[in-house]
Design a protein around this ligand. Structure first.
Ligand code: SF4
Length: 68
């Protein structure tokens, strides 16, 4: 599992994340990006969205499994 975090304060609304990863990023009515699913099974294009963001507003991190 991976957690996809988006810092709306940093987002400048360039649309790059939604362009490279339309499956999990969309542009909101306030012209900022929005994550569709914050927890995803596999990285897919989310990593690309993180890399393409010019202001580093996106962070994709593995979710630590809870210890039993
Ligand atoms: S790539 Fe970054 S700055 Fe551009 S819309 Fe997405 S989150 Fe916002």
């Amino acid at each position: 599992m991976f957690k996809v975090k988006l810092d709306k304060e940093k987002c400048i609304g360039c649309g790059s994340c939604a362009a490279v990863c339309p499956g999990n990023f969309t542009m909101d009515s306030d012209n900022k990006a929005k994550v569709i699913k914050e927890e995803v099974e596999s990285l897919g294009c989310n990593k690309m969205a993180e890399e393409v963001c010019p202001v580093s507003a996106i962070e994709v991190q593995p979710v630590k499994e809870a210890k039993i």
